[in-house]
Design a protein around this ligand. Structure first.
Ligand code: SAM
Length: 282
């Protein structure tokens, strides 16, 4: 039956391949895989039968997409898999789904691991409203434009990052959002050395300048404070005043420190200024 199945595969632990994913992989006419060797290894490790396979990845997706679509329209069924996790999420698949949708070919998700959702769930940060930002561009201009757009984003933000780029990314995030913003870093999820670290962006910059990052990371970054009636909350003001004094001790002028901290902490500039002055007089 002509159906495209988006089959989520494990992001480390093979036990996470669902029984339904096994059934689909065993029953489809062919598998479209980001890397056919990786997919074959998965089938072997899970004791699944050999299947006709073709590669479908970033650089052949146009031509291959048409080929897959033609086979689907001729009545075959296809399972799309990527190297790890859910196809179409920072992975090939998006265009193939769009092609199928245009041609009224059914697309069925076979849910399972997605590193972004796993990391968000364990982050300890608000999960009610969040946005997925994927990988930041390595192009400086595009990267800064992306981060500029996110400066006032109040939802929890999700980023993917490779270990060799982590330190630069943490520095850029701290510069864009302020070093006091909280971040949860999850690496090697579902694997032997799985770890989730929760700290501020400044602390993360320091930590990873001393501990070389290993494994693939998901970064969950606290959103910007919402400027509403809560901005004069005394605890938030007190914490902001501590940060102002810390910056002044490091040589920043009171005016600059109040301006920067009020934006980062979501407190009114004048209220923070008064608060710092009053604390000085006490
Ligand atoms: N489609 C995949 C998914 O649903 O998770 C994501 C593919 S994307 C090309 C790969 C990125 O996902 C990695 O660079 C890393 O940020 C994240 N990732 C994948 N596996 C991970 C794991 N076991 N632990 C932490 N992050 C992981």
């Amino acid at each position: 039956m002509s159906t495209l199945y988006l089959v989520a595969t494990p992001i480390g632990n093979l036990g996470d391949l669902s029984p339904r994913a096994r059934e689909v992989l065993a029953s489809v006419d062919f598998i479209a895989a980001e890397d056919t060797r990786v997919a074959q290894k998965l089938l072997n490790a899970c004791g699944l039968p050999k299947k006709p396979m073709l590669s479908y990845y970033e650089h052949n997706r146009r031509a291959r997409g048409e080929e897959v679509l033609a086979r689907l329209r001729a009545g075959e069924s296809c399972a799309l898999v990527t190297d790890a996790g859910t196809p179409a999420i920072s992975d090939p698949g998006e265009d193939l789904v769009a092609l199928c949708a245009e041609s009224d070919v059914p697309v069925i998700p076979i849910p399972g691991c997605c590193a972004a959702v796993c990391a968000l769930a364990v982050s300890g940060l608000p999960t009610g409203r969040w946005c997925f930002e994927g990988f930041l561009s390595v192009n400086k201009k595009a990267r800064h434009e992306h981060l500029d757009m996110l400066k006032t984003e109040s939802r929890t933000m999700i980023f993917y990052e490779a270990p060799h780029k982590l330190c630069a990314t943490l520095r850029d995030l701290a510069e864009a959002f302020g070093g006091t913003r909280r971040v949860s870093l999850s690496r090697e999820l579902t694997k032997l050395h799985e770890q989730t670290l929760r700290m501020t962006l400044d602390e993360a910059v320091t930590y990873f300048s001393q501990t070389p990052p290993r494994g693939e990371f998901v970064l969950i970054v606290q959103g910007a404070p919402v400027l509403d009636g809560t901005q004069d909350d005394p605890d938030r003001l007190a914490a902001a005043a501590v940060e102002v004094r810390r910056r002044m001790a490091n040589g920043q002028t009171q005016k600059d420190a109040v301006k920067a901290v009020s934006a980062e902490a979501g407190v009114k500039k004048n209220t923070l200024y008064r608060f710092v002055l009053e604390a000085k007089e006490e």
